[in-house]
Ligand binder design. Structure first.
Ligand SMILES: [Zn+2]
Ligand SMILES: [Zn+2]
Length: 500
């Protein structure tokens, strides 16, 4: 099995797929799966741009919308986690994962999926201590504050991942696990990113929960992005297992943003995307821990009277297969819930969350709650479902293309172009490839008029959530930093690097 791993996508799907197709031709190989480590920017239309925490001048539609509308089809099965630049309103429709476009699958806030026999875990968002213990309270329309806190990692998601006991082969996070710089060529990293020194030396670079998960889950591979530079590390665990860590850059010319992995055939299996029964059983076992309150909620642990070990039993895992008629995650489940991109439409902040039938399906099958539905129900608001009629016939007009020339990317191997290569422990990352693209931003537009239907959905298990006055509403405890990151200092590289 060959998989491609991309660092930050930043909406540049056309370029990433071109890189992959060029590589496939040049190397005569077939990539089975593309994994993206966040900042995916699954922006469907102009309104989604307003639900993304970037300054207005960086709110570009980019190219995801073509794959959403049906104008283009992702040439390789693509899975991704969320980062800190996302159409958060769209990702919030799919807290437990789902198709955001045909052949493009979001792993969810946290999740484990299988591709063939390869088990892939992911944790979306970035760590920020202030919000870590909070419930999942954010909801459209976002305030200045909630537009940012919505992508901050929550303890519930980390707690759920920590219940997983079967081996995870590949783990994904957007920000780096804290301390990971100590397991690679730190001096080289500091030469390239000198402004990281203080954070690294004070052990404040990266995500503490991701560090804990890395130590507990001991995956074979851990991929990350966010700092926009390539960095490899090798973590040797106490039980002699190893985790190969690789952070990748963002999709830009001459950056090491893409990595090909050649995995042993034992992972091949049926090469189908499937639900993971242990993970779904964890979701079911921990559903009662879901809080949508903007206050600290502590997860159960030893010493209390509550159950705190939610690792599913064999029976609990077996019951999942009975609940789901099919363990395969078929792309036919994809549903367009929002209008496709139309040139010239104004950018309006999405006013209300949309109900995604993929989430409804999973919640009903498993008997779990959709956080957004709980928030809405508590405040007496109803949820809408849009555009369902158009789903089978998206009526895509083949773009009045206003396209700047897209130059085919010229693949380069980093070893030829840069002095630094992956550390020697990285022989497993073969063949190693990075790509250079000369393409500038392509802008093309397509048109599909939406229609609107209104639908009220029944509330699940709502009795356990007692309504409280206005608590769901915004708490203007604004950490006023323009860009979020795990530490105050890390916002610097965001401003200077990420948004350039
Ligand atoms: Zn990021
Ligand atoms: Zn990024």
């Amino acid at each position: 099995m060959k998989i491609a791993v991309e660092g930050c996508a930043h909406g540049e799907l056309d370029k990433i797929y071109e890189c992959i197709e060029t590589l496939q031709e040049r190397e005569c190989i077939k990539i089975d799966l593309l994994i993206c480590c966040g900042d995916f920017q699954s922006v469907r239309n102009n309104n989604d741009l307003r639900a993304m925490a970037v300054p207005e001048k960086y709110q570009h539609i980019c190219t995801f919308y073509k794959y959403y509308s049906g104008e283009k089809l992702a040439p390789v099965l693509t899975v991704f986690i969320g980062g800190n630049h996302e159409a958060s309103n769209y990702l919030q429709e799919l807290p437990y994962g789902g198709w955001v476009a045909p052949n493009i699958y979001y792993i969810g806030r946290a999740g484990v999926i299988k591709f063939g026999n390869l088990r892939i875990g992911g944790l979306s968002g970035i760590y920020k201590g202030h919000d870590y213990l909070h419930g999942l309270w954010e909801c459209s329309p976002y305030t200045h504050s909630s537009l940012r806190s919505v992508y901050h990692i929550r303890s519930l998601d980390v707690y759920r991942l920590s219940q997983v006991k079967e081996k995870i082969h590949v783990m994904l996070s957007h920000d780096w696990p804290r301390g990971i710089a100590n397991y690679g060529d730190k001096e080289n990293l500091l030469r390239r990113k000198p402004f990281l020194r203080e954070d690294i030396e004070s052990n404040r670079l990266g995500s503490p929960p991701a560090e804990t998960l890395l130590q507990n889950l001991k995956p074979h591979y851990w991929f990350a992005a966010h700092l926009h530079c390539q960095f490899a590390a090798l973590v040797k665990h106490e039980n002699d297992e190893e985790t190969k860590f690789l952070a990748l850059d963002k999709c830009l010319p001459k950056r090491r943003h893409l990595q090909i992995l050649d995995l042993p055939s034992e992972y091949d299996g049926d090469k189908q995307l499937k639900y993971d029964t242990e993970w779904l059983a964890v979701l079911k076992n921990t559903n009662h821990l879901l809080s949508v309150k903007n206050i600290d909620c502590h997860m159960p642990g030893p010493g209390g009277n509550e159950r705190y070990d939610f690792t599913p039993t064999t029976q609990e895992k077996d019951s999942i297969e009975n609940l789901l008629s099919n363990i395969r995650i078929g792309s036919e489940k994809f549903v367009r819930t929002a209008p496709v991109y139309k040139t010239g439409t104004p950018k309006c902040l999405p006013s209300e969350p949309l109900l995604n039938p993929q989430t409804t399906y999973l919640c009903e099958k498993l008997g779990i709650d959709d956080p957004i539905q709980v928030i809405m129900a508590r405040s007496g608001r109803t949820m809408r479902q849009l555009c369902l009629e158009e789903n089978n016939e998206p009526q895509v007009e083949k773009t009045p293309i206003k396209c700047t020339k897209l130059v085919l990317p010229a693949p380069i191997t980093p070893s030829e172009n840069e002095s630094q290569d992956l550390s020697q422990e990285y022989t497993n990352f073969t063949p190693e490839n990075s790509f250079q693209s000369d393409a500038t931003n392509t802008t093309s537009e397509c048109i599909t008029p939406p229609s609107v239907t209104k639908k009220v959905f029944k509330r699940r298990n709502l009795a356990i959530y007692t309504p409280e006055q206005n608590e769901h509403c915004d708490v203007s405890n604004t950490t006023d930093s323009a860009i979020d990151a795990s530490s105050p200092r890390s916002s610097k590289f965001h401003r200077s690097n990420e948004l350039d």
